[in-house]
Design a binder for this molecule. Sequence first.
Ligand code: ZN
Length: 354
Amino acid sequence: MRRYLALLCSLLMLASAQANEPASSKPIKPASAESAAPAKEERKSSVREAKEAAKEAAAKAKDALAADELAAKIAERLAVIRKDKDEAAARLGPRPVVRSPYAPSLKKAESNKTRVEAAEHTGLASNNHGEVHWSYQGEGGPLNWAKLNPANAKCDSGERQSPIDIRDGIRVDLEPIAFDYKPSRFNVIDNGHTIQVNIGAGNYISVLGHNYELVQFHFHKPSEERVNGKSFEMVAHLVHKDADGRLAVVAVLLERGKAHSLVQAVWNNLPLEKNEAVQPLTALDMNQILPVKRDYYTYMGSLTTPPCSEGVLWLVMKEPVEISADQLAIFSRLYPMNARPLQKISGRLIKESN
Ligand SMILES: [Zn+2]
């Protein structure tokens, strides 16, 4: 009886193994057909089937072993690939702040340069989905910007980079900058590098026969530019663009003093989350950020953030504007240091209002 049970078990195992592989299975004889046969015949047939079952089980075990070996080999290969990837990442720097499944390859990033720059200039998108994100310190810091992405090559190789220490300017009767600013809607965004204010259309400057429209302004602490070696507490960069996409940046130096109402209006609307714009219902009058005296220094430079594109007309207001210690402290809590180091002047001409 025990033997009979063992044979029945073998049969059941065979049946279940075949049920698991319908494509290669033979039709299973219904159990009811067996029960009608005489006991001896049944036993004979059971022995035969059990032998077949054992043979098939052995073949399956061999297949399973081969599959296990294959799986082990795949796992081994994956481990090697993963290790290579980690080592490559370690060579490039710290873990990326932003990792996107849509991250462009380096080549694609190069071809997308114009689009990325446009986004940077307009401030409408600050994230170029680079593998290692740029910053002001550590592995993503200014000395490595060019290495992070071929699109940032100018950060290293450029000869007309910003900021600079403004000195030895030629004193001339500079044409006044014609400011045509009006109260405008705005939104405030923390883009991970600074606090940026995007301004509604309709604010212009006119200089050297060119019209540029104000797109956005943002802050650096301390001031990126120096004047005769002197650094300021902060600076506001007012980024303008002409119809051909050329940039003119008006820099307003900020020094410690009394509170500034426009700066306060921006601070009042600081976003709680990075890259999520706050859109107040009020308007901002950009005339308020300008100093009373409109004398300025001017030179040709670059963006002070990656991709460090050149051909930027810099207009640095000579007279600083005051902001309070409390207002400085608020920005400092978000960005204690977000200034690019000084760049070589390389014989560039600097002019200044007489
Ligand atoms: Zn700036």
